[in-house]
Design a protein around this ligand. Structure first.
Ligand code: ARG
Length: 575
């Protein structure tokens, strides 16, 4: 059952009260230090009405419905309305959420299909921190959308096509002896890549043979295609292994690489050309954008077909977009990709709109993210200037987590310790990534992300485990009956109001494609719970207060658990 939040009910009441006083206003409620809620909306409305804001505020107060929600409402400052909610209404709301197995979270995404493009590593190359961001942010958005009842189609748009395959395959043909490196890792392919590249750059005869190999691949020469498929399969097994380690829900079925759109590319070019969206310039088929100009003042083109007749990254994205709208019936398209590709997506989306492939009702969003920086504040690289391998970062995080966990639980050993270390280490890496506003760059700092205090995954996992242990210690842990006639301490009120904001927060996460809002919410919730637990004894409480406080503990535990799972973070019962 969907339980509307107290904030939304109150917002309706304030708007209705204003309408009865003949003013139309957006209540603009926010939590405040002076009251449960402060409504700021009167100020803007009074300005439009050219009326005294304090008078309008007084009318709103007079007209508030007497439905038991509001205990007191007073005009404050230049024309705010400060509102205290009735204890009974707060407790009844707590009871409604505790009594619902979805915590009263509705399904506003029901009937909406989202196609989300994320992770997208490249074949024969190591996954790096950029792929971590895309994978982790994408996974969190998938989970939240599905939790809100949405239909989600995951697309792992892996880079499995391009001229580099010519040199990789040609090198293998000319050097059939095994390349060093374990096939279970990316080691062998990375070495192959390095060797092939070195010869390509120094041996022009080899470079020519590699280019002819590209032509053979494009012409579907059977042995060349088989060699390509082997390389793709080997990389994919490796990616799957990383996803398993990360606990991310991406499978082979979600992988639709760039090559999958090859057959559709000529028609894409033809249609754009016939519709006058693309024009030939210097032999290449291009779409121009008047408002996007390069440093020379010339309009920037999106190249649909190159001079040599080949298709590239842009054409593939156009074909993929059209397929997602036409065949997958997307109502919303999301692309979780590095912010440096902003211009590419602007041009792809614009082109698709001009071509009529992207109806005005279907939003296409580049869910852009910033760069992960190293300790020196520069894009994260090894000392030698190579990309840092994602697997190495994950191994390091789990190793560090093992130390943190072992220090807290000397009795924990073997497989149980390994499991806990994985839960904490992976949780820390994901949380550090998700908690920063995604458009910002952030410094990858394994020490800080595993701190027990502060806005970290470990802190929240610990907060969750602590609530669980409080509940386990209550002998009557099962009895969480809410007594709505009790009176509330300020710390209890604050906790009820925070808990009540969970569903609204999930809606905000979807609206802005911003998982960090959920992180911030859970962090505040954990802090509010700590204050509550310091001021309000739970296990020593008697009478109706005990049941109410146990209900607060229970709902806090469930909200933390659900919230962390929506971020893809495990919640061990002990830490
Ligand atoms: N594979 C690309 C890269 O690593 C990202 C692909 C993003 N998705 C897309 N539909 N273009 O840079």
């Amino acid at each position: 059952m969907t339980v509307p939040s107290l904030a939304s009910s109150l917002s309706d009441s304030v708007a209705a009260a204003a309408r009865r006083g003949m003013a139309d206003l957006a209540p603009q409620l926010r939590r405040s230090a002076h009251a449960d809620f402060q409504a700021d909306g009167v100020l803007a409305a009074a300005r439009t009405l050219r009326r005294n804001p304090r008078q309008v505020a007084a009318e709103v107060v007079d007209h508030l419905p007497e439905d038991g929600l509001v205990a007191t409402a007073v005009v404050a400052g230049p024309g705010f309305v400060n509102i205290e909610l009735a204890d009974r209404a707060l407790l009844a709301q707590l009871a409604r959420r505790v009594g619902d197995d979805r915590l009263g979270v509705g399904t506003p995404e029901a009937g909406v299909t989202t196609v989300i493009d994320y992770s997208q590593p490249n074949i024969a190359k190591e996954m790096h921190v950029g792929h971590l961001r895309s994978t982790v942010i994408g996974d969190a958005l998938v989970r939240v959308l599905e939790h809100l009842g949405g239909t989600v189609v995951r697309r792992n748009h892996i880079g499995d096509w391009g001229t580099q395959f010519g040199m990789l395959i040609q090198y293998q043909v000319e050097h059939p002896e095994p390349v060093p490196g374990d096939t279970g890792t990316m080691g062998r392919l990375a070495t192959l890549y390095r060797l092939a590249r070195a010869q390509f750059d120094t041996d022009s005869a080899f470079a020519d043979r590699a280019r002819r190999r590209v032509v053979a691949l494009q012409a579907s020469d059977p042995s060349t295609v088989a060699a390509w498929q082997d390389i793709v399969d080997e990389s994919t097994r490796y990616f799957t292994d990383v996803y398993d380690r990360l606990g991310v829900r991406l499978t082979d079925a979600d992988t639709v690489g760039e090559s999958a759109y090859n057959a559709a590319l000529p028609a894409i070019a033809d249609e754009l050309e016939r519709g006058g969206v693309a024009v030939t310039s210097d032999g290449a088929l291009c779409v121009f954008f008047d408002d996007l100009r390069g440093p020379d003042g010339e309009p920037t083109p999106l190249i649909v077909r190159k001079r040599d007749g080949g298709f590239g990254y842009a054409a593939t994205d156009l074909a993929a977009l059209r397929q997602r709208v036409v065949e997958l019936h997307a109502d919303r398209l999301l692309y979780v990709v590095d912010a440096r590709q902003a211009r590419h997506f602007r041009m792809v989306f614009d082109t698709a709109r001009r071509a009529g492939w992207l109806p005005p009702t279907v939003p296409a969003v580049h869910v852009a993210f910033g760069t992960v920086l190293g300790p020196d504040g520069r894009p994260f690289k090894t000392r030698a200037g190579d990309t840092v391998r994602l697997v190495d970062l994950l191994t390091e995080a789990v190793d560090r987590a093992r130390e943190v966990v072992a220090a807290k639980n000397p009795g924990l050993t073997g497989a149980a310790l390994d499991e806990r270390a994985w839960q904490v280490g992976i949780g820390a890496v994901k949380y550090a990534d998700l908690a920063t506003n995604r458009t910002r760059d952030y410094v990858y700092d394994p020490e800080r992300m595993l701190a027990l205090a502060g806005n970290t995954g470990v802190y929240l996992q610990y907060a969750h485990a602590r609530v669980r242990s409080i509940l386990a210690r209550a002998a009557d842990g099962g009895d969480i009956t809410v007594d709505v006639t009790a009176t509330l301490e300020p710390a209890e009120k604050a906790l009820i109001l925070d808990l009540d904001a969970f569903a609204d927060t999930l809606v905000e996460v979807v609206a802005g494609h911003e998982p960090h809002r959920l992180c911030g919410y859970l962090y505040r919730l954990a802090q509010t719970f700590t204050t509550f637990y310091e001021h309000c004894p739970v296990l020593r409480a008697t009478g109706p207060r005990r049941g109410n406080r146990l209900a607060l503990c229970h709902l806090t535990g469930e909200t933390l658990r659900t919230g962390l799972h929506l971020l893809g973070i495990p919640t061990p019962d002990h830490l």
